[in-house]
Design a binder for this molecule. Structure first.
Ligand code: G6P
Length: 608
């Protein structure tokens, strides 16, 4: 969601900006733009097309200092005039990620002061505000600092001025931004992947930081205005990990990366003979000893991972667990329990609602916090006392795949550690579960081998407008995830129900045009599920069943069975996720949608 790139160098930075924007495309956007400073002039190019279109439009643009942006509309429709950068009096250009909450008041006072607004965005007020202070004689840095103190809301910004060819200013509060360190050149970006072609040396900015970058160095000022050093780190992200390679889409690549991603996430545990709380951080043992329940806060796919974990945590660890949608929890009057472990789950670690929910929980007196996250330097990891990093590698496709299954693996580890600490795991069970975890990557690989059959099956969905997903027990959240994947990338309306709820409403929708997809593991609820499937068949519904080998669910008229290779016990939700991801992917191919960048969606939702 909104991507920022900026550069100050001794060479033309336009190719760097465009390459960076291209690499941020996955975050989701509906327009793009850039501004460069050259010989005292600001040149600005904007487009409502893809970055490729912006590239064509900027063929004649060049300069050694510039900022660029991909916009995901919040204030104002996607249009060229609302695209960033926003200019003030053709002298100052600003790119912004986040939302300024007091922009209407600021806009009113700036209008009175004579500023003319040409867009509907909240960002334009930042440009005029900085200009108003700069025009009073403040330096660009000071003008930006004063302006930021007048803003309420979240931002990451980049600022350039045509009279300041040797300076790039940036700042962050509530939205991600980092610095890239080169030799005689410096960069800013929303995430590291944008900068990999030019540097892997990065500085992660803290909340409230303001930075002045010049060609011979940079100065960081913290939220209180004091100059401060931040460590330069070498990013471990490799160029290959963000390149498509032989795959047609990132989503397909990421589905296939799951065996490796799971192996990486489980590496430290699988190499050892027993589970220790220390994998969650030094304070984990003491924290886990002090808790009496779990509160999981997350959004989207990450929330579904939390919903699976609830079954594991209550059944295996015997610990009460609540799972809440972060955007609801943050505004709900709830009853705080300082003995609860608050677990935030997030691929990006930057989701605004999850951050706000965590801060809300803390403000309510919750002290035990754990982040399960895929991005080590992210806000959620920094805000939490404990952490377990999923090691899925960069996930570029907007529809989350490998992040989800690695979150599940991490949550299963949490379950086992808590079960052990609470005396509910014998040594024998522990080594059995560790054995199953070691086997997980190859079990997932076997499910991936179903790809050709699923691709064929997907052809039957090409003309469908609705779909119903059924699951029971810990596979109900997998049905939810399957439905979410399908709607996200194929735009087919899909809903998920616990199969037992079928007769309380959704059965009314079942007819020959409503495909019903069922997750059918060989577990204690199998016979109940089979009865639910009969209810669908009796109403003429077409069934697509992903069944474990020994469930004895047979192909018949109107019943299509995909045979899953094995039953994985408690880890079964991870295996059953894979065919639903593949189904959504191949249905989207049938529909011809933009698989990696579905309409209206963003990878990382950094605004409310
Ligand atoms: C967006 C993404 C989803 C993701 C959700 C939560 O909606 O498109 O794929 O599940 O945000 O993101 P997070 O980074 O917190 O897991």
């Amino acid at each position: 969601m909104c991507g920022i790139v900026g550069a100050i160098a001794q060479r033309n930075v336009v190719p760097i900006l465009l390459e960076g924007l291209q690499r941020l495309e996955y975050r989701g956007y509906d327009s793009a733009g850039l501004a460069v400073v050259k010989e005292g002039q600001l040149q600005c190019v904007r487009s409502t097309g893809r970055v490729a279109d912006l590239r064509e439009r900027s063929a004649a643009t060049e300069g050694p200092l510039g900022i660029a942006h991909t916009r995901w509309a919040t204030h104002g429709v996607p249009s060229e005039r609302n695209a960033h950068p926003h200019l003030s009096n053709d002298r100052i250009a600003v790119v912004h990620n986040g939302i300024i909450e007091n922009y209407e008041e600021l806009r009113a006072s700036l209008t009175v002061a004579g500023y003319v607004f040409t867009s509907d965005t909240d960002t334009e007020v930042i440009a005029h505000l900085i200009h108003s202070h700069y025009a009073q004689g403040l330096s660009l840095l000071a003008a930006t600092q004063v302006s930021l103190s007048e803003l309420v809301g979240a931002y990451a910004i980049g600022v350039v001025a045509c009279d300041e060819p040797d300076r790039l200013i940036c700042a962050r509060r509530g939205s991600p931004l980092l610095l890239g360190v080169g030799i005689g050149e410096y960069f800013i970006a929303s995430d590291v992947s944008a900068l990999l072609p030019v540097t892997r040396q990065v500085v992660y900015l803290e909340e409230g930081d303001v930075v002045e970058l010049k060609r011979d160095g940079y100065r960081i000022f913290d939220a209180g205005g004091a100059q401060i050093e931040r460590p330069v780190q070498t990013s471990e992200l490799s160029n290959e990990s963000v390149e498509l390679g032989a795959y047609r889409h990132y989503m397909q690549k990421e589905i296939h990366e799951q065996p490796q991603a799971l192996a990486n996430t489980l590496e430290s545990v699988c190499n050892s003979q027993s589970l220790v709380p220390g994998i969650f951080g030094a304070e984990a043992a003491a924290t886990f000893a002090d808790i009496d329940s779990i509160l999981i806060l997350a959004c989207g796919t990450s929330n579904h991972a939390g919903q699976v974990a609830r079954y594991w945590l209550e059944e295996l660890a015997g610990i009460p667990c609540r799972v809440e949608v972060a955007s609801e929890y943050r505004y709900r009057v709830s009853v705080p329990n300082p003995k609860a472990l608050v677990v935030v789950i997030s691929q990006s670690g930057e989701t605004a609602d999850t951050q706000a929910a965590l801060n809300h929980a803390k403000a309510q007196g919750h002290v035990h916090t754990l982040a399960i996250c895929n991005v080590p330097e992210s806000a959620l990891v920094r805000l939490s006392k404990l952490r377990l990093l999923t090691r899925a590698g960069p996930e570029i496709g907007v529809a989350s795949t490998k992040a989800f299954t690695t979150q599940l693996a991490a949550l299963f580890l949490l379950t086992l550690v808590l079960a052990k600490q609470r005396g509910r795991l014998t040594e024998q069970q522990e080594s059995q579960y560790l054995h199953e975890l070691r086997h997980l990557p190859s079990a997932v690989q076997k499910v991936l081998d179903l790809e050709p059959q699923i691709a064929k099956l997907a052809e039957r969905f090409a003309d469908k407008h609705n779909a119903l997903f059924l699951g029971r027990g810990m596979h109900f959240p997998i049905a939810l995830e399957g439905a979410l994947k399908l709607k996200e990338i194929s735009y087919i309306h899909a809903e998920a129900y616990p199969a037992g709820e079928l007769k309380h409403g959704p059965l009314a929708l079942v007819d020959k045009d409503m495909p019903v997809i069922s997750v059918a593991p060989n577990d204690a609820l199998l016979e109940k599920l089979k009865s639910n499937l009969q209810e669908v068949r009796a109403r003429g519904g077409e069934l697509y069943v992903f069944a474990d080998a020994d469930t004895h669910i047979r192909e018949a008229d109107g019943i299509h069975v995909m045979q899953m290779p094995e039953h994985a016990g408690y880890l079964s939700p991870i295996l059953h996720t894979i065919p639903l991801q593949l189904l959504a992917y191949y249905v989207a191919l049938q529909k011809g949608t933009d698989v990696d960048k579905p309409r209206n969606l963003a990878k990382s939702v950094t605004v409310e």
